[in-house]
Design a protein around this ligand. Structure first.
Ligand code: ZN
Length: 237
């Protein structure tokens, strides 16, 4: 964490995310804060290899090539898991492997060249290659999340549909979308700047031997108060 745009208060959400994970009794969490925007990152070292999983609550400066390579290698080999929360999928358009890890992302200068949209239509995931924007959401409001793989370990035993607390419903995310399993979706309401599509909310991604959990939910602490957000984040991570 440590770098995000002004709409995302990492100083508030990162301690809250730590509390969500540590509340299970299964995690011991360190918060690693990147230096401020514009800092020289050549000597920066987050010691990713010391952890079983890295949760990204960051959207900031490009990492040095060596740092990227090391991180990619750790995730690809399965040595370090990756959990991606909300606007972390806005980060690093220019980093190809990052985009493979998150499967789809938005904003940050992305356009149709980022890859297809992922939509749930007629009981299956559709890769939609049509041109259009990359990243959007309406006003924060409650919405229903629908589990599409209810037997997946992240979701097994949970209610298949649940009402999420008020949050941004991301739409029009695009990316390489390789080896991605869409676990949960939400319907993006055209009356709230939505697409009329079932958009991916919860995803599991394979990256080499590595495993990634990506939740588009969690704009702020208020959204993170939702039990559905917390439970799926705990299990996914
Ligand atoms: Zn947001």
């Amino acid at each position: 964490t440590g770098q995000m745009n002004k709409y995302h208060k990492w100083e508030e959400t990162s301690p809250y995310l730590r509390a969500i994970l540590e509340g299970t009794g299964r995690f011991s969490v360190d918060i690693h804060t990147m230096p401020p925007f514009g800092s020289d990152l050549s000597k920066w070292d987050a010691r990713f290899e010391d952890y079983a999983v890295v949760l990204m609550n960051v959207d900031g400066d490009s990492w040095p090539e060596a740092t990227r390579r090391r991180f990619e290698g750790l995730v690809r080999s399965g040595r370090v898991g990756l959990s991606v929360v909300h606007s972390a999928d806005n980060a690093w358009k220019e980093w190809g492997d990052w985009n493979e890890m998150i499967a789809v992302g938005g904003w940050g200068g992305r356009d149709a060249s980022a890859g297809p949209y992922l939509r749930w239509r007629d009981g299956q995931v559709v890769r939609d290659e049509k041109p259009g924007p990359c990243g959007g959401h309406g006003a924060r409001q409650p919405f229903v999340v629908i589990h599409r793989t209810p037997d997946h370990p992240v979701l097994k035993g949970l209610p298949v549909t649940w009402l999420h607390h008020e949050d941004e419903l991301y739409n029009c995310l695009r990316g390489p979308a390789k080896k991605v399993e869409v676990l949960g979706t939400a319907w993006s309401d055209p009356a709230n700047k939505g697409t009329g599509e079932h958009e991916p909310m919860l995803m599991a991604v394979r990256f080499g031997e590595g495993r990634v959990f990506h939740t588009t939910l969690g704009h702020d602490v208020e959204a993170m108060r939702c039990a559905g957000f917390q439970c799926t984040l705990q299990r996914g991570t």
